[in-house]
Design a protein around this ligand. Structure first.
Ligand code: G3P
Length: 217
């Protein structure tokens, strides 16, 4: 499964990309607002840090303006993926951008039939929001499994990008359900490395090693 960071914080992105485990980045208007910097500048900087797909979201609600914004965002760097909301206008714009060869990430997906329409519109990625669905009393990971089954039924190559991830269980559930990618907030990504038995085991190994008086280097 590809791991994306859900962030517009270039300091955090640079730090975590150094692990070699980050395949791409997703942003949204709220994350750009949080960065407190001009959007085009932030996206360009992120594209210089991570080689993989970098999602940049339009803010228009009508297809015509979405197309203009999308083309402008796609012009920032070859690895920009234009993020469009799952609305009728968003999917209309998606179909056109896909025809032009621009990769689109359709976001704010909360149902399997929405995901089916996004695949028909030629989306490169579909972003089901699993945390927000759970908040709503629904089954976020279950939606990933449903979309996987539907896409496999028809051979759609739209990649399932699990979004709105709140914890390690969401990452595990998305992987088990067959998501192609998960976009993870930096704070959650940092927790994925951790297990108390890893720390305990390492302490024991290193304390036994210290008693030998040896050094490898
Ligand atoms: O980028 C979209 C998505 O990951 C948002 O997550 O936590 O605001 O529901 P959240």
């Amino acid at each position: 499964m590809q791991i994306f960071l859900d962030s517009s914080d270039t300091t955090q992105i640079r730090d975590l990309a150094a692990t070699g485990l980050v395949d791409g980045i997703t942003t949204n208007p709220s994350l750009i607002a949080k960065a407190g910097r001009p959007m085009l500048e932030v996206i360009a900087e992120i594209c210089g840090i991570v080689e993989g797909p970098i999602s940049a979201e339009v803010v228009a609600k009508d297809a015509k303006t979405m197309l203009a914004e999308g083309r402008k965002l796609a012009g920032i760097a070859p690895n920009v993926v234009v993020k469009l909301p799952l609305t009728r206008d968003g999917l209309t714009a998606c179909a056109e951008l896909a025809r032009e060869g621009i990769n689109v990430n359709v976001t704010l997906c909360f149902s399997a039939v929405q995901a089916l329409l996004a695949a028909k519109a030629g989306a490169a990625y579909i972003s089901p929001f699993i945390g927000r669905l759970d908040d709503h009393g629904a089954d976020g990971v279950g939606l990933i499994a449903d979309i996987r089954a539907i896409y496999d039924n028809y051979g759609y190559d739209t990649e399932i990008l699990a979004a709105s991830i709140r914890n390690a269980e969401h990452v595990k559930g998305s992987a088990l359900a067959g998501a192609d990618c998960a976009t993870i907030p930096p704070e959650v990504f940092s927790t994925l490395f951790k297990h108390p038995l890893t720390d305990k085991g390492l302490d024991q190994f290193l304390s036994d090693w210290a008693k030998t008086g040896q050094s490898i280097l």
